[in-house]
Design a protein around this ligand. Structure first.
Ligand SMILES: Nc1ncnc2c1ncn2[C@@H]1O[C@H](COP(=O)(O)OP(=O)(O)OP(=O)(O)O)[C@@H](O)[C@H]1O
Ligand SMILES: [Mg+2]
Length: 337
């Protein structure tokens, strides 16, 4: 048995296998909200409704966690939804981030059956356009896994892998793990080029789902929540029908252009290693932001136009773009050591 864990800015995903060898996923939104405890009525009603809650008596507050927190914040607009991570890393401005993530990650891990079970979790590369501290983030997440203990006292043996490499492990076994992974999440786009399972280069750009929401909201005067909802209905194959759709599609184009420019630079800087490639290189695009219809078509169009210094094979979007990173982490754990 092994375990894969995608520690994301918006989604936490745990992947294991069942007895038949099928992949099983558990997902929770990486968000919480803080409620003052003087409002006993609301607290009790939420508890009755099955909302995951933590009671912090010292500060007289309660926290609602995960998807429930998102739903509550949507209806009770006086409560602010908080996110433990920002731009791919633990949010330095959120004091309770570590404690909240600790609880959510341990709950998703559930009951680990074997002491020392191998687990791979993903970490981003440092961003090329914003100051991020991926090393510090990795240490914090490592501490969360080190602190885990099941009911029977079982611990996990956790190893960090690059998020975009996880996509290569998930999808390119038949290509001997040679190819390019592009994970388009909420905080970041992570890119890695893998030769036989080893990273040649990787980088990240803070310019993904959250960025599309923020910039499109700014351009149209709509709320971020409205843009976020509209985004899930967009079809990138179609001409935009209104201002909001145009703003979202334009942000998608900008995001992909920046990603492809970064990829081209990385490939050019590593020309000596690419020179030995004798087959076209496939590109895996996944992550929630890669979900809309036509995303893969648009990505492929911009890649072909960029004239990369390698022969590009297929641009592949897995059927379950939200879960591919977690699956790749599990496959890495199964193959480690
Ligand atoms: N159907 C959809 N259409 C468009 N965007 C979507 C869809 N589903 C999810 N998203 C967006 O995908 C993002 C979440 O994706 P994902 O879970 O891959 O990110 P993450 O791994 O949590 O973030 P990161 O990798 O940056 O840390 C959010 O910005 C969300 O709005
Ligand atoms: Mg991600």
């Amino acid at each position: 048995m092994a375990c894969g864990f995608d520690v994301g800015t918006y989604n936490l995903v745990c992947c294991k296998r069942d007895e038949k060898g099928n992949f099983v996923y558990k997902r929770e939104v990486n968000a919480f909200l803080e409620m003052p405890l003087d409002n006993d009525f609301v607290f009790n009603m939420m508890k009755q409704a099955g909302v995951p809650l933590i009671h912090r008596e010292d500060a007289n507050v309660a926290y609602a966690l995960g998807e429930s927190a998102v739903n509550i914040a949507y209806t009770m607009t006086q409560l602010e939804l908080k996110r433990p991570m920002k731009d791919g890393c633990v949010n330095p401005k959120e004091q309770d981030a570590f404690q909240i993530m600790n609880i959510m990650v341990h709950s998703l891990l559930d009951n680990i059956q074997k002491n020392g079970e191998r687990l791979c979790y993903c970490v981003p590369a440092n961003a090329i356009n914003e100051e991020t501290d991926a090393d510090y983030h990795r240490k914090l997440v490592e501490a969360i896994f080190t602190a885990y203990k099941s009911e029977d006292g079982n611990k996990v043996n956790a190893i960090a892998i690059n998020e975009a490499m996880a996509l290569v492990y998930a999808e390119l076994k038949h290509k001997m793990f040679t190819g390019i992974g592009v994970s388009c999440g909420a905080g970041m786009v992570n890119v890695a080029f893998s030769l036989f399972g080893a990273p040649v280069f990787s980088f990240a750009i803070v310019n993904s789902g959250d960025w599309i929401d923020k910039q499109s909201a700014k351009a149209t005067g709509e709320t971020i929540a409205f843009i976020n909802k509209t985004k899930t209905k967009i079809d990138l194959n179609q001409e935009p029908k209104n201002l909001v759709e145009r703003a979202i599609k334009t942000q998608y184009e900008l995001m992909i252009e920046k990603t492809v420019t970064g990829l081209k630079k990385g490939l050019e800087a590593n020309k000596d290693k690419n020179a030995k490639l004798d087959a076209p290189v496939d590109i895996i695009v996944a992550g929630g932001t890669a979900s809309p219809p036509g995303f893969d078509v648009l990505f492929e169009k911009l890649v072909r136009e960029a004239n990369l210094p390698i022969e590009v094979g297929k641009v592949i979007r897995p059927a379950d773009p939200l879960f591919s990173v977690a699956r790749g982490c599990l496959i890495a754990a199964e193959n480690a050591g």
